[in-house]
Design a protein around this ligand. Sequence first.
Ligand SMILES: Cc1ncc(COP(=O)(O)O)c(C=O)c1O
Length: 369
Amino acid sequence: MSIPVFDSRAQIASLWSRLRQAIDEVMRSGHFVNGPNVRAFEEEVAAYLGLKYAVGVNSGTDALVIALRSLGVGPGDEVITTPWTFFATAEAVSLVGATPVFVDIDPATYTLDPGLVERAVGARTRAILPVHLYGHSADLGPLRDIADRNNLVLVEDVAQAFGGRYRGGLLGTVGDVGAFSFYPTKILGGFGDGGLVATNDARVAETARMLCSHGAKDPYLNETIGYNSRLDEIQAAILRVKLERVESWVEARRSVARRYAELLGGTDGIVLPYEAEFARHVYHQYTIRILGGRRDYVRNTLAQAGIETRVYYPVPLHHLPPYRNLGYRLLEAERAAGEVLSLPMWPELGPEHQARVAEVLNKAVGRSS
Ligand SMILES: Cc1ncc(COP(=O)(O)O)c(C=O)c1O
């Protein structure tokens, strides 16, 4: 039995005829950019989030760049963020001309440690950029307080946590802006790249919309240097169909996570994902820790049994070439890099596959200790 780390085929099969119809309608309309599906999706996703404005863009990376620029973050500014994330988070900060200031993570949730954020605020700090990693919320309450007390903006990187919650509220709605990705493996994924800037601030939404259309509110009357970064009609049509199901997929992911916890709980040397009392974890990844320096051995054993896993992430951002000259030592992120392992996870993952993962994993951890 070979088990991939992610598989979208069951999800697509369950919606096949509706997706086909949605794509066919776009083809028949001949309208591929700035069309009715994008506007409808923006309204529907704003309603789902309970926010006033949603602006579709080309990717989650662009959502972060456009969010930061719409909030006035730019050259000379510092943005406090996490080293334990996909590269795009810090890359977006650098792309707007600002400097990322890396602060270590809470090892239980893998998200920014608010106590350390407070101490990192300085004269040039303009923004805090937490990431809801693996589907688990950052501790947004204290981060919002620090932002408010210091006159900073708060941008949530929600790329991995669509549908996740903080104290009951949907992620992406506590910050000044939520930046989302619709990359195909995400909780709400398209058939290509896509992203979203979501906010309650009319001015920010207007600026975001202008920036993603070459800095023009009216065609050919360009006011600033922007981007060509639009969500396209086919992606929007697909995302509209999928948005209706997203809550059921989140619940299914949570069931898969519960089953893993039953199968793997009590094995010495494995640390299971933690769900803080403030969070609804949506398990974009089911990421465990393998202690005792045995992660790579365990990963290889799983691979030999046909079970695919991933290491998110092998190197924390502050040790990658673009940032390593900044000289950070961030011990929790560095420790995580040697211990984490993301197991197969998707909403339709069946119990027999999970039992097989657990059998091989438990044996590998026992054998190598
Ligand atoms: C945490 C995080 N931020 C940003 C991004 C960038 O999103 P995209 O790939 O849509 O540009 C990703 C993902 O892929 C991500 O995981």
